[in-house]
Design a protein around this ligand. Structure first.
Ligand code: MN
Length: 287
């Protein structure tokens, strides 16, 4: 199932090049009261809601995909987790490029562990990226994103992928500089998730997916998740050894070689095998 959020927070099923409105199914969600539980209410109830989503979609008249504004398919993650230097060839380019390393010694994810991106940085493809600090280098990073379904702590590697509800394309936008990653990658609109989520039953092996990103039709990054240093299961095992994962939590798995600058006016086009593709425009932030 391909589930999107679009326009004024409608929920839709994507079938082919059409969106089928399934918003009516949300009426069956259990009501929430303060304090709301950690995590995304829709993802937490996704398994139970699936029949109602399919039924609502079957009753609706589809609209063309290109006629809707796609928002982040996950509305309320309890956290967005990032994976630094999780591809060997990205390690090599980071060590070779002074504009990336700024004279620092670059190590791998074994040394750095993980980092957090602010939830307020999350947008969907239709919202675009609003660059700040345009006198500095702002880079694209295309990544496979995992959406946690059943939460948990101390999740064993053998069970890890059963905790994934769905997959999506993630853009981990980054301003280069000396500040901590959480700040440089936590800017408003610097976490793009889309174009929809594809439920895990449709992905045979998340560690064997081709993906790429083009900027204005120039291919910048093209790799396969088979090149990950910490693979998908390891990332979940590792993250959950530090913190409880909740439904809707987003793990951006890391980016391969080819990161490079974007400027206002650019259009990024990202795709991942078995998931889909999305275009995201770049503009300058206006105070
Ligand atoms: Mn990244």
């Amino acid at each position: 199932m391909r589930l999107c959020r679009y326009d004024e927070d409608r929920v839709g099923l994507v079938r082919g090049n059409e969106v089928f409105d399934a918003t009516a199914a949300l009426d069956t969600l259990p009501p929430l009261n303060w304090p709301i539980p950690q995590g995304d209410h829709l993802i937490a109830n996704l398994d139970a809601l699936r029949p109602a989503l399919e039924a609502a979609a079957d009753e609706s008249l589809p609209v063309p995909l290109d006629s809707v504004a796609l928002k982040s398919p996950v509305a309320n993650p309890s956290k967005i987790i990032g994976a630094p230097v999780n591809y060997h060839k990205h390690l090599e380019e980071s060590r070779a490029d002074h504009e990336i390393n700024l004279g620092r010694d670059i190590k791998t994810i074994d040394t750095y562990g993980l980092f957090m991106k602010a939830n307020s940085s999350l947008v969907g493809p239709s919202e675009g990226v609003a660059l700040r600090f345009t006198d500095r280098r702002n880079d694209h990073e295309v990544e496979l994103a995992m959406i946690i379904g059943q939460g948990g702590s101390d999740i064993a590697r053998a069970d890890a992928l059963s905790h994934v509800a769905a997959y999506a394309i993630g853009l981990d936008m980054t301003v280069r500089g000396t500040e901590d990653r959480s700040l440089r990658k936590g800017i408003d609109s610097y976490s793009v998730l889309g174009p929809w989520i594809v439920t895990a039953d449709e992905i045979d092996d998340p560690d064997k997916l081709d993906f790429e990103i083009r900027v204005n039709d120039e291919v910048r990054q093209a790799s396969n998740t088979g090149m990950l240093i910490f693979d998908c299961a390891k990332l979940i095992e590792y993250a959950s050894s530090f913190m409880t994962l909740y439904p809707g939590d987003i793990i951006m798995t890391g980016t391969p070689e080819g990161v490079g600058p974007v400027e206002p006016g650019d259009t990024m086009h990202a795709s991942i095998e078995s998931i889909g593709e999305m275009s995201v425009t770049v503009r300058a932030h206006e105070a």
